[in-house]
Structures are given as C-alpha cells and as structure tokens.
Design a protein around this ligand. Structure first.
Ligand code: FES
Length: 117
C-alpha cells in the first residue's frame, strides 16, 4: 500500500503525519484518515479548491489531472507546477509526500475550529 506523508503537518510526536492507504485512495481521503489538516469545503466534489496541496514527491504516480480539476485549480491561490486537488488526485503504487497549501489549512481550521491551538 502506498504511504502518504503530510510534510508540514506534524503529529504529537513531532513527526509528519503519514498513513498507508490502498492504491486508488484520494489524497483527501488519506488526509481524513490520518487527521491531517486538509480542508474540503465542497465535500470533495471538485468545486472549491480548499483541498489544494503541493506534491513534493510521487507526483507522476498520481492519477492524471482532468480538465475540471485544472479549471478549479485556476481559481486557487499560489498555484505551482506541483499543485493538485487532494480530492481528485488518487494514489498509484508509489509513496507520495505533500505539503498542505495555506488556503487548505485555513479552510481546515474554519471547518474544525476545535483544532486551533
Ligand atoms: S474538496 Fe473541494 S475541490 Fe477538493
């Protein structure tokens, strides 16, 4: 099973949160399972861009980007070549490391105010 690591979201042990998930799982679902701080204002239906992440390694192993994802990413902040929407990017067999975008973390804390420290 591929491992997803959220480089800029540390667990209580000070280590980046990571989780092993079956191939075909989206980065957003991996984030939910590992309690990583990835927002998902539209519920994961490719309509908001709050699940925006930067893929630091394993980008080529992810599912191909479709037109709809590109259209939504066009509306996101600070889009880079490594940008993907977590709800649309599905894992292949390789491990993936991602950095959660600022807009995604902001959305996560709006959705989970109890998580603010
Ligand atoms: S959660 Fe809204 S586009 Fe991914």
């Amino acid at each position: 099973m591929p491992t997803v690591t959220f480089l800029n979201d540390l667990g209580p042990d000070g280590v980046p949160k990571s989780i092993d998930v079956p191939a075909g799982t989206s980065i957003l679902d991996a984030a939910k399972r590992s309690h990583a701080q990835v927002g998902y204002a539209c519920g994961g239906v490719c309509a908001c861009s709050t699940c925006h992440v930067y893929v630091r390694s394993g980008l080529s192993s992810l599912s191909a980007q479709k037109d709809r994802e590109e259209d939504i990413l066009d509306k996101a902040f600070d889009v880079r070549a490594s940008s993907r929407l977590g709800c649309q990017a599905k894992l292949g067999s390789a491990p993936v490391e991602v950095e959660i975008s600022r807009e995604s973390r902001r959305a996560y804390f709006d959705e989970h105010p109890e998580s603010r420290t």
